[in-house]
Ligand binder design. Sequence first.
Ligand code: NI
Length: 136
Amino acid sequence: MNKIAIVRCEHFNAAHRLHNKDWTDEKNQAIFGKCNNPNYHGHNYELEVKVIGTVDPDTGYVIDTKILSDLIKDRILARFDHRNLNLDTEEFKDINPTAENIAIVIYNLLRPEIKPKQELKIKLYETPRNYVEYPY
Ligand code: NI
């Protein structure tokens, strides 16, 4: 049976600071620029969660979008929405909350909740012009 993808779009707002504690302030500033601002800054993150699989003959669904939406709200938005990613979350205590790392963290939080036979792909927009895709 042919595979088909279903995508659920959600969004969250969060603050972050890009900083490598093993570097000098000068090097952090040189590498991360404005994103190294000590007092943090915010983004409106747009999240697209794609589940790829075959259509269940009983329901006609790959996954019920209500279930997928609730999953994202419960596992991702409840954790990260309106938070300071550096200060308020366990996930980014030791890793830099770049769009890349946020997408990987989101994937790892959702992957166990999706059927093993289904593929999961994350697209995360940090700005309307910048987004990351994982896995790629
Ligand atoms: Ni930023």
